[in-house]
Design a protein around this ligand. Structure first.
Ligand code: URA
Length: 158
């Protein structure tokens, strides 16, 4: 977990990658740099939020998390959610969104709206890595991500 445990905005990603595994800090690689830029776009930084992952260990060769790995890690994630008691949870990508919203639907059809889970508002959005793999700054994925961050900003003002 990284960020400010007193903040009420919690981001949940998928799993540590190579750099996160080495440093023990979530989102420190390329996707993390983009997440920092997205936070800056709404006037926030890592002192204004908390960042964690569904999986607490790096899957070999960065493969997708397996159902039994998610099952093994879920008590830790749920303890983090209870401890932080966020006002807004932002799920980044399919794995975090499906886990938190208990759905099989994909992020493309879920993003852009607010939901409720764990007694908390949930805003699902694309994983920053999806933007990096989809054409970068002018891609539709980036436009959606920027728009979702406006939703996050408005939700944090309520
Ligand atoms: N992707 C994630 O989902 N989490 C990280 O910590 C880094 C990359």
């Amino acid at each position: 977990m990284d960020g400010n445990p007193d903040s009420k905005l919690m981001f949940i990603g998928e799993a540590p990658g190579f750099h996160e595994d080495k440093q023990g800090v979530p989102f420190v690689g390329a996707a993390g740099k983009l997440l920092d830029e997205m936070l800056a776009s709404i006037g926030l930084d890592r002192t204004s939020c908390v960042i964690c992952n569904v999986l607490k260990c790096r899957p070999p060769a960065n493969r997708d998390p397996l159902a039994d790995e998610i099952e093994s890690c879920h008590p830790f994630l749920e303890a983090q959610i209870r401890f932080i008691a966020p006002h807004v949870i932002v799920t980044l990508g399919n794995f975090a969104t499906r886990y938190v919203l208990k759905t099989k639907q994909g992020i493309s059809s879920l993003r852009g709206r607010k939901y409720e889970a764990f007694g908390t508002m949930v805003i699902p959005t694309f994983h920053p890595a999806a933007v990096l793999h989809s054409g970068g700054a002018s891609s539709p994925t980036m436009v959606s991500l920027l728009s979702d961050f406006q939703l996050i900003s408005e939700a944090m003002k309520i």
